[in-house]
Design a protein around this ligand. Structure first.
Ligand SMILES: NC(=O)c1ccc[n+]([C@@H]2O[C@H](COP(=O)([O-])OP(=O)(O)OC[C@H]3O[C@@H](n4cnc5c(N)ncnc54)[C@H](OP(=O)(O)O)[C@@H]3O)[C@@H](O)[C@H]2O)c1
Length: 333
């Protein structure tokens, strides 16, 4: 086994955060039962935020960011895993307070590790990553509220982003009539390619005036945007409609009232991919390898860029410039 390897590290000196590729030793890795040779990781919104100066996400430096990883087990003191097993780890403390996926090697707690489901490659698992898990959790939860293809149209917001694009493709494959909302004109054709039936401008979700009760338009919604977008969705859901909310790119304050909930029986579902129970996580990863699986063409379409460790310094801020369409993945193999 190699005793030194490369990792993208964030260090803080004189209040300035710097990201750079460093040479580390296996002994520098944090404690954990499972040592993994990382093959792929990805860039999520949270990773881009973690890379910023004065971020609330990282408390202690130095740290290796990267909230997702997929790779092969090198050694394990937990008998659920053996050398050579292909595995996935997403979230928990990974890349936040425990060295993460932007590294050729990672050591993690066995309770965080998921065997790669049959039907997915390590690369596909990281094209999905936390964004895919969040999209799939959202769909799983909407279905538990009986929001089915025959219920009516579904809205997906932030559709050119990771969560939104994957949700659009998964829902389209399940036979839902998906309306995808985006702020990027250049993403329209791309979203039709992923399976959207209609693409609408981000501003059309709210319309000219935000009301708390408005015309019934969608049976359900996957919303990684939040803010006034979420308030508007709530006002426009059909009777007994549901929205799965996961994000805050559009803001944290949601200007709504109790009216849509008590007059239309609206369901507001919160989605958490970070500490969601292992049983749920495994169920949803299994679905991503079977009935929610993207086609090879959709996987290819969703990858905006494949980068290496040395590219991360420039690739991470790119995601926050909101010009990126789809997912950026990190190849460490
Ligand atoms: N709850 C969880 O467990 C969980 C898990 C994963 C992600 N998240 C959250 O979900 C959100 C999306 O994550 P992601 O990885 O998909 O990020 P992403 O790939 O960066 O996509 C974010 C998308 O949000 C839209 N957007 C950006 N600024 C906006 C604004 N001011 N108003 C409305 N829409 C805006 C853009 O899409 P368009 O241009 O197409 O509108 C952008 O592409 C983030 O807030 C992230 O923290 C939460």
């Amino acid at each position: 086994m190699t005793h030194t390897f490369k990792a993208y590290r964030l260090t803080k000196r004189n209040d300035q955060v710097k990201g750079e590729v460093q040479q580390l030793s296996i002994h520098d890795l944090p404690e954990g039962e499972v040592l993994i040779r990382v093959h792929y990781s990805g860039i999520n919104y949270k990773d881009a935020m973690a890379n910023m100066e004065n971020t609330p996400i990282i408390k202690d430096y130095p740290i290796t960011p990267g909230i997702d990883l997929a790779g092969e087990v090198v050694e394990s003191s937990d008998d659920r895993f053996t050398e050579g097993d292909p595995v996935i780890v997403t979230s928990y403390d990974l890349g936040v307070s425990h060295d993460g996926g932007y590294s050729e090697y990672a050591r993690v707690k066995a309770e965080w590790v998921i065997p790669l489901p049959e039907g997915l490659t390590l690369k596909q698992a990281m094209i999905l990553g936390t964004a895919g898990l969040t999209a799939a959790l959202s769909i799983d939860q909407l279905q538990q509220q009986q929001i089915m293809p025959e219920s009516g149209k579904l809205l997906v917001t932030g559709a050119s982003g990771g969560v939104g694009s994957i949700a659009t493709a998964m829902l389209a494959n399940l036979g839902y009539h998906v309306e995808a909302s985006t702020g990027k004109v250049k993403a329209h054709d791309w979203l039709y390619q992923l399976g959207a039936k209609k693409v609408i401008d981000r501003t059309d979700v709210t319309g000219e005036k935000l009301r708390t009760i408005d015309r019934q338009t969608w049976a359900g919604a996957v919303d990684p945007v939040g803010g006034s977008t979420l308030a508007s969705i709530i006002s426009k859901l059909n009777y007994n409609g549901a929205v799965a909310v996961s994000g805050l790119t559009g803001g944290v304050k949601v200007p709504t009232s109790v009216h849509p909930f008590i007059l239309r029986g609206i369901h507001l579902i919160g989605i958490d991919s970070v500490y969601c129970p292992m049983q749920v996580r495994q169920h949803v990863w299994q679905r991503m390898a079977t009935d929610l699986k993207l086609t090879v063409q959709q996987f290819d379409t969703i990858v905006a860029k494949e980068v290496c460790l040395e590219d991360l310094e420039h690739a991470l801020p790119l995601l926050l410039e909101t010009n990126v369409i789809g997912r950026i993945i990190l190849n460490l193999s």
